[in-house]
Write a protein that binds this ligand. Structure first.
Ligand code: KG4
Ligand code: ZN
Length: 329
């Protein structure tokens, strides 16, 4: 079965081709137009998706050695995300499905990230926990059985990646800030600034307080060292993830944890979780970096699995700005 995956939920346009579970092509075009605004501008994102989606699809099929008539299933992100951006991908996917007379499946972006784990050849055993850490989401999810999700905790305010981006911006680093913070942090000294580890109730996350603490520190110390601020912010931001994940494991008794989402590319994050895995004798699962940040291969994989179990989506499906994993229809 050949699945064409399409992802346009934010500022990455991506098209992938899978033959069964094998990734033949996974092309990602990141929009640089947002850099000068220091964040994603929804209108610009949608317009850029329109510009590149057709050539990107041609390119992905060429890399995969397939043509449109080989495609058996079209899998597309329907949300959550930016409505205008999602509409480009969904409308294009629908037009392909109608003209090729092939089934369409709409995929939840977070479920896509969860299936990103399997693209790395990891087949987690149920039940397992997934920590989703991206620019839009920070959640810890229990996957009891295939397609059954229970979100144990999510962020009360900013997502972790969003905090990386905002802290980078206030220090004058480019957008998206995560990779720049990581680079600067590697040259800074950890545990030299006293930023508090956020400790909201239960298994919730919170990054607004930490972001504000960094803002005040940089205001009060105009000659601050960017590397040191980055190192201390990053350490605390990641420690928060480790603490919540540890509590989730002890509360559920589940010792199988997958890490997904753009922030899990971060090497210090991986280092901290691998240290935790050793300490807690748990199974830690991570994907190669190309399947952690937004990509269409994960959408194709999730769509293929969902199609095999539940059949195609109705061609009348719409995009959804928000959709919890529990509410996937
Ligand atoms: O999953 P993703 O590609 O898109 C969303 O669904 O949001 O995640 C993007 C986020 C951005 O906030 C970006 O700054 C962050 O992931 N990110 C990183 C790193 N690479 C990307 N954060 C920390 N360290 C990194 N190396
Ligand atoms: Zn994402």
């Amino acid at each position: 079965m050949v699945t064409l995956g399409i992802e346009t939920s934010c500022d990455e346009t991506s098209v992938a081709v899978l033959h069964d579970s094998r990734v033949l092509a996974n092309i990602v075009s990141s929009q640089v137009a947002h850099t000068k605004f220091g964040g994603v501008v929804p209108e610009i994102a949608a317009r850029n998706h329109i510009k590149v989606i057709v050539p990107l699809t041609r390119n992905a099929l060429e890399v995969a050695g397939k043509d449109l008539y080989d495609v058996d299933l079209i899998s597309v992100t329907r949300g959550p995300g930016l409505v205008g951006a999602l509409l480009v991908g969904l409308s294009y996917a629908k037009s392909l499905a109608i003209s090729l007379n092939k089934p369409l499946i709409g995929v939840n972006h977070l479920e896509g990230h969860i299936y990103g784990l399997q693209l790395g050849g990891v087949l987690p055993r149920h039940p397992y926990l997934v920590l989703i850490v991206s620019g839009g989401h920070t959640e810890i999810v229990l996957v009891g059985e295939p397609f059954h999700y229970r979100t144990l905790g999510r962020t009360l305010d900013d997502a972790c990646g969003e905090a990386f981006d905002k802290v980078a911006k206030l220090m004058g680093l480019p957008y998206p800030g995560g990779p720049y913070i990581e680079k600067r942090a590697a040259q800074g000294k950890r545990r030299t600034i006293d930023f508090p580890v956020p400790r909201p109730e239960g298994l919730s996350f919170s990054y607004a307080g930490l972001k504000t603490a960094v803002l005040y520190y940089t205001r009060d110390n105009p000659r601050y060292d960017v590397n040191d601020v980055a190192a201390n912010f990053q350490e605390v931001a990641l420690e928060h993830l480790v603490e919540v994940a540890t509590r989730a494991m002890s509360e559920t008794g589940v010792k199988d944890l997958g890490l997904v989402g753009g922030v899990t590319v971060n090497k210090r994050l991986r280092e901290k979780f691998f240290a935790l895995a050793e300490k807690m004798s748990m199974h830690l699962r991570v994907s190669p970096v190309q399947f952690c940040t937004d990509n269409a291969a994960m959408i194709a994989r999730a769509g293929m699995e969902r199609f095999k179990r539940f059949g195609p989506s109705d061609l009348a499906i719409d995009v959804v700005a928000r959709e919890r994993l529990e509410d996937i229809t």
